[in-house]
Design a protein around this ligand. Structure first.
Ligand code: GLA
Length: 379
């Protein structure tokens, strides 16, 4: 090959990369492990980048089990990172928004940081006014997990394990937790959570990724959302469920027909005022607790589609109301109010204090296992 042909080939590759908006290099292997730095207490942390045959990439760090990047194509084939986060480990160490993290032991709030199991009252670390939120002061989002690449049959996979000691943040039982992230060739990020305990406890694991399917745009109010839920759990001023399962019919919480997130968000509504927007658990229609479609989001400008499938009975739809531009994210970007949404698949908030909600108890000898899939496509 002459030098000119070679130069032409290299130049056109650059042009393709520029046009596609793809900033990452093509991976030589389906999983690439690189250093992501050191925590303030000197622990080494890695970044695992998974790639599938369609060019989709997902990067996961074993600090907090955090999903750092999800790169997917829009309808033009332009690839972008559709999750909020930081450029380096420091950002995640100091983060207060839970960007991309595994949440444990308990996703969302437990009222007054208290619950009773078999007559014993447990007092949790309170980190959200008088309540305990997302596992307490040092939740699973701040733990360094053990990580290894595993050969899953449906795609490149990374397995994270963590042991939470009896009494940690006030929760009973030594708990062994495993989270497996798999990127399939169907453009799905599949998350399998499992756990065992040596003492009766409560557990509610989720992932707190913040999505914006049009990262070049501003907020997510134009994203069109569908949630397969006939009911939701209204909250009090502390965002604790009142215990009622309220029908969404005729309310601003009816997303059974696809509706823009922003269509009703600022309307005069007691529940929207309490949440400062959407920050509510939706009761998924029970189809037998298989991994079922829970929600679908379509972004009209880019044509990106996100489907959320889960075995969980609920999903917390959070419209990023507390984002206030104070966190300096990827590329120095300030993430403003409602610049992303979360669909946190889970059991209902404060279930340990609501015997009528599906139980979050885990006993010795039992195996906790839930699956959630974030599936990407375009239209
Ligand atoms: C969840 C909660 C919100 C908020 C975010 C994190 O979605 O329900 O109230 O705490 O996490 O900021």
């Amino acid at each position: 090959m002459s030098t000119w042909i070679r130069l032409f080939a290299v130049a056109s590759m650059f042009i393709v990369v520029l046009l596609s908006g793809e900033t990452s290099t093509v991976l030589a292997k389906p999983t690439e492990k690189t250093s992501f730095g050191k925590t303030p207490d000197g622990q080494n942390v890695d970044l695992y980048t998974l790639a599938n045959k369609n060019g989709m990439q997902v990067a996961i760090t074993n600090f907090g089990g955090i999903v750092v990047r999800i790169k997917t194509a829009d309808r033009q084939g332009k690839t972008d990172d559709v999750v909020l986060g930081y450029d380096s480990l420091d950002g995640y160490v100091n983060d207060t928004a839970y960007f991309g993290a595994v949440i444990g032991r308990y996703g969302n709030r437990i009222a007054l940081g208290k619950f009773t199991l078999d007559g014993a009252t447990y007092t949790l670390a309170r980190n959200n006014g008088e309540n305990s939120l997302h596992g307490g002061i040092k939740g699973f989002n701040k733990a360094v997990w053990q990580a290894r690449e595993v050969a899953a049959k449906d795609g490149p996979s990374v397995e994270l394990t963590h042991t939470s000691k009896d009494g940690e943040e006030g929760y009973p039982g030594n708990l062994s937790v495993k989270v497996v992230y798999t990127l399939t060739d169907r453009n799905e990020l599949k998350i399998d959570y499992s756990a065992t305990t040596d003492k009766k406890t409560v557990l509610n694991l989720t992932n707190h990724s913040y999505f914006n399917l049009n990262p070049g745009g501003s907020d997510v109010l134009q994203h069109v959302l569908m949630i397969q839920a006939d009911k939701f759990t209204p909250v009090d001023a502390g965002l604790i469920p009142t215990g009622e399962l309220r029908s969404v019919a005729g309310t601003r919480f009816d997303f059974r027909k696809p509706t823009a997130i922003g269509a009703r968000i600022d309307q005069d509504d007691e529940q929207l005022k309490l949440g400062k927007g959407y920050d509510h658990n939706f009761v998924l229609n029970d189809k037998g607790r298989e991994v079922e479609l829970a929600a679908r989001v379509v972004e009209p400008t880019t044509g990106r589609v996100l489907e959320v499938l889960t075995s969980e009975p609920g999903v917390q739809f959070y419209s990023g109301n507390f984002l206030d531009g104070s966190a300096r994210g990827k590329g120095g970007k300030m993430y403003g109010r409602r610049s992303a949404f979360c669909l946190e698949t889970q059991h209902f908030p404060d279930s340990p204090n609501h015997p009528k909600f599906p139980s979050t108890e885990l006993k010795p000898g039992e195996k906790y296992h839930t699956t959630t899939i974030y599936r990407f496509s375009k239209q």
